[in-house]
Design a protein around this ligand. Structure first.
Ligand code: NAD
Length: 372
């Protein structure tokens, strides 16, 4: 198969969909990989590394779209890319269709085949191509929180781990899923006094088993949250209710009960946030202050660490990309139920129900396309 890797052109996106190591794996199997000039630069991979891995460099985005049977990307195509996409061309990337109608309509109109990272799903309902970014964001949440707790950045001026004779900081994590667990590991490793709140007892039993002694679990409810925020120094929002907006577990009126200089990192901001006063911010301007409480609410945290994020993402996507390249999308999706769930739009029809429902558009069963 001919695979094309364009350079990401969305504002501040430095990740790339394929590493030189990934290109080598595909080339080794007899596929041809074209990478747009400087596509890997933002993640620290120069053109020469791709060439050494057997890929070919193309100078323009137009040439990359023109030649490829499968386009591998990170972010959804933006408007200037819509016209470059051809009928029947396979696009393997994040789309998040349900949040943007013009993108959905454009992909229906150009009759491409859209396989979305975010809806590839395992039998246990986990989302293998979203997990790596949650892992990055969870670990980063504590790194950022520790930083903003410093006095010059308007925090309480407390060191997460304390020092001998001085108590460590208290870290409260709302939601003990992927983000919350990774945040807890980082905070615990730095010596903080960590509490994870969740509503799932099985999840808390698991966390209680695997976490070190400076991590405790507690049932998430309004009473407990109101109590815990009084003494917390850093609060990480990491709640997810699949398919729904995050619940506001911390409401505006609760800020007055927090210590001045408390830092809130709401990782769930991309789903509306679990802290009422959070609104999305950017890496250029990541924080704002309300009632002496520092709010960090960057919606694309992994974007700040493109090297780690690119490697984490491509570790997860490459096995699927290999299947698509070896078998073509129809056979690969027939053989692999996880990949099949990634199909969102096929040759002018929406085949993922939630996307069709989001915009009241027609929906076709995916089997219609996989049967032959
Ligand atoms: N800002 C970013 O850059 C970024 C990056 C990656 C992920 N995210 C977001 O982070 C959030 C968490 O993602 P995840 O992968 O950890 O999800 P996850 O499904 O693994 O974990 C969510 C957890 O929240 C728990 N939960 C649900 N309701 C709760 C409540 N009322 N109180 C406490 N816990 C509750 C669930 O039981 C679950 O354990 C999502 O909104 C995701 O989109 C943001």
């Amino acid at each position: 198969m001919i695979i094309g890797v364009p350079k990401e052109i969305k504002n501040n996106e430095n990740r790339v969909a394929l590493t030189p190591a990934g290109a080598k794996e595909l080339v080794k199997r007899g596929h041809t990989v074209y990478v747009q000039h400087t596509a890997g630069e933002g993640s620290g991979f120069p053109d020469e590394e791709y060439e050494n891995a057997g890929a070919k460099i193309l100078q323009t985005i137009e040439a990359t779209y023109e030649i490829a049977e499968m386009i591998m990307k990170v972010k959804e195509p933006i408007e200037s890319e819509y016209k470059l996409i051809r009928e029947n061309q396979l696009l393997f990337t994040y789309f998040h269709f349900a949040s943007y109608e013009p993108l959905t309509k454009a992909m229906v109109e150009n009759k491409s085949v859209c396989l979305a990272y975010e809806t590839v799903e395992k039998a246990d309902r986990s989302l293998p191509l979203l997990i790596p970014m949650s892992e990055v964001a969870g670990r980063m949440a504590v790194q950022k929180g520790a930083n903003y707790l410093e006095k010059p950045l308007k925090g309480r001026g407390i060191l997460l781990g304390g020092v001998p004779g001085v108590l460590p900081a208290k870290v409260l994590i709302l939601g003990g899923g992927i983000v919350g667990t990774q945040a807890a590991w980082m905070a615990a490793g730095l010596g903080a006094d960590v509490t994870i709140m969740d509503v799932s007892l099985p999840r808390m039993r698991y966390l209680d088993d695997v976490m070190p002694a400076n991590v405790n679990t507690m049932m998430s409810n309004e009473y407990n949250i109101r109590e815990m925020i009084k003494s917390a120094d850093l609060i990480v929002g990491a709640v997810l209710i699949p398919g729904a907006k995050a619940p506001h577990l911390i409401t505006r009126d609760m800020l007055k009960d927090m210590k001045p200089g408390t830092v809130l990192v709401d990782v769930a901001v991309d789903q509306g946030g679990c802290i009422e006063t959070c609104k999305p911010t950017t890496h250029e301007n990541p924080t704002f202050i309300i009632d002496d409480v520092v709010h960090y609410c960057v919606a694309n945290m992994p974007g700040a660490v493109p090297y780690t994020s690119t490697l984490a993402l491509t570790n997860a996507t490459l096995p699927y990309a290999i299947q698509l390249a070896e078998k073509g999308w129809k056979q690969a999706c027939n053989d692999n139920a996880e990949l099949k769930l990634g199909l969102n739009v096929i040759q002018g029809e929406i085949v993922y129900k939630a996307v069709a429902d989001a915009f009241d558009m027609p929906y076709a069963m995916v089997e219609k396309y996989l049967a032959d």
